[in-house]
Design a protein around this ligand. Sequence first.
Ligand code: PFF
Length: 469
Amino acid sequence: MASRSGFSSRIGFIAAAAGSAVGLGNIWRFPYETGSNGGGAFLFIYLICTLIIGFPLIVGEIAVGRRAQANPYGSYNLLGGKRWALVGLFGVLCGIMILSFYNVVAGWAFGHFMSTAFGDLLNKPSFDGHFGEYASTIGSNLLVSLAFMGLTAFIVMRGVQKGIEAASKLLMPFLFVILLGLIVYGLTLDGAMKGVEYYLVPDFSKINLGTVFSAMGQAFFSLSLGMGALITYGSYFSKKDNIVTSAAIVTVVDVSVAFLAGLLILPLVFSQGLEPGAGPGLVFEALPGVFQSMGPMVGRVIGGLFFLLLCVAALTSTVSLLEVPVAYLVDERKWKRGPVVIGLAALIFLVGLPTMYSFGGGDFFTNFLQYYNAGANGPELVDKSFYDIIDDIFSNIGLPLGGFLLSIFIATKWKTSNLSDEITSGFENYKGSIAEKFINLMITVICPLVLFLIVLSTILLKFFGVALI
Ligand code: PFF
């Protein structure tokens, strides 16, 4: 990919962008965030965040990338100058840090695939405490996450069309099918309906500031938004194609998979008497027991297939995460793609090690720091692991901050007239349309305002224990 070869077709772009969006964020992070933040009320706020903040900013990111034809740093630099380029650089840093923990979780998915399909995971007499045991066994974790990083590096090395696009197009549709099948099965289990109720009937008394912060962080994380991944993909997007409809499709696909994952996991959690607020281990606690209940052979096949698809969903996301810093170094420094990919993959793997020790594997990283959470009666000081900190700083604060800066950039520097010009290429009647009015209003007024408030109050609350609102 010496030149910007681009995606071979609009479908290719959509598959790759949806592949980036759909990942562990939908199937692993969304259910546990929903379970930790009160169920239906969280779902409701997450949907609003996605529609009014997420969708317009996806359009904005893709348009910036397609206009500039460059990585996030290069794009901001070209359209806004040296100082704005720092925003792009911050995005590159967020990508590196998010991938560092994402790869650890992808390793868990890979490990569960191996031990479900080929090992004896489903023979365990009980899955009580399964996740804690699994995540704290560092030796096997090292192996699976190294393997996953290797796979990611291999695909990124092959370049956009051959690697990213081909993998996404082939494997994404399978995910939908298996999710649907499992939901139907899960809903027949005893007690599942309590989970459905918890998930779909919002209890608005459960909403506090923390719910809103987490929902916004989740929306950005899930849409791969706020760190320039979509600027990078936008730079490979054809001038003939319609940015708005493509962004809409990506958003709908992403939200649908998250919604379905919630509809799968939460009923399972309730049917097995698990605690919905269990945190990052939730999915890995809830699923093995259900696969076991299907009987040894069927459980092995269905469970294996599920974890395999989870790995695939994760892989199309890790690929896009790694592509961001790679594109930066290849474009800006003119370094060779091969060594850059290998060097970055090794570095990010190492940066991920403290995360691997954050789930019981080492006390130092498991109880790393204390800071605040929004509790029912105001800020509460709680223990945080190294993973919690990286996730809070780079996903829950960094990505909305990136989105805030993008909206300010478009509103004050690049200007909505340029945004509209760029979108018009591929969408002839865009100017004057309702879509244009909506997108401009959101990007120039609502996004900056809401995101400023969210970012500021998250920082004040988490690190200073001050509740702003
Ligand atoms: N959107 C991915 C997920 O939901 O799993 C995670 C992600 C990928 C975030 C790429 C950011 C990114 F640039």
